[in-house]
Design a protein around this ligand. Structure first.
Ligand SMILES: [Zn+2]
Ligand SMILES: [Zn+2]
Length: 237
């Protein structure tokens, strides 16, 4: 069964029928399971984009929140108020007040490193930094597909963490890489790290930064997938 990743929320435009707003959310569908990674910044925009993409929020059984920033957690409350009852997977350092709020409507799980969300979808667990964060990894037939929200602990560190936990080759790294403030030399070093780690394809979006995105295109050519809100990535596996 193929792996399908749909970008429901992103500040990069792609499908003109969807609202492009600051934030990130992606739906991962694999082996009959659906996992929502992040929820964008605004509930009404998230739900409107889902409706346009014919995604029914009530069938989503798992939501994984990457980190405690409004542009990643902002849509959750509206989704739950609508009646969706997913298990919400949180980094343990999330504030108790937030956890309590969510627990009024559904259950939460504090993640551990390498924990499985489904048979083929895993979390990195919380990666410590000034802004702690978890990334998602899918074991596809082509290798690991890694999705990051903002990659505040460092995109390379997050990819390395998952590789050491799951010990598989990396097919695709996608999401927000948070490189907007870095100069050319530092971005080049990150590209070298990606090559060293054997990352086959990339799909940077959200907070990656325009200069970094352009450098990824230069380096990866057709293996850099240009994505924005409404992009659908299908991987046969
Ligand atoms: Zn963000
Ligand atoms: Zn962030």
């Amino acid at each position: 069964m193929s792996l399908t990743i749909t970008i429901i929320y992103d500040n990069n435009p792609h499908d003109p029928s969807l609202d492009d707003a600051w934030g990130f959310s992606a739906l991962v569908q694999h082996q009959g399971k659906q996992v929502l990674f992040d929820t964008g910044g605004d509930g009404p925009i998230l739900l409107a984009n889902m409706q346009q993409l014919k995604i029914d929020p009530s069938v989503i059984r798992a939501v994984v929140l990457s980190h405690y920033h409004g542009d990643h957690i902002g849509g959750l409350q509206d989704m739950l108020t609508l009646g969706a009852k997913p298990t919400v997977y949180l980094p343990p350092s999330f504030p108790d007040g937030f956890r309590r709020q969510v627990n009024k409507l559904t259950n939460t799980v504090d993640v551990t490193p390498g924990q499985s969300i489904t048979e083929t979808i895993f979390t990195s667990g919380e990666i410590d930094s000034a802004i702690p964060e978890q990334a998602l990894a899918v074991k596809s037939g082509k290798g690991l597909v890694i999705i990051t929200g903002c990659a505040h602990p460092g995109i390379v560190r997050m990819v390395e963490t998952i590789q050491s936990l799951l010990k598989s080759p990396i097919y695709l790294v996608m999401g927000g890489f948070h490189l907007g403030k870095l100069g050319q030399r530092k971005i080049s070093a990150i590209l070298e790290d990606f090559r060293r780690l054997g990352v086959e394809k990339v799909a940077p979006c959200h907070c990656t930064g325009n200069k970094a995105r352009a450098m990824f295109v230069d380096e990866y050519k057709k293996n850099c997938i240009k994505i924005g809100v409404g992009s659908v990535i299908k991987i046969k596996s």
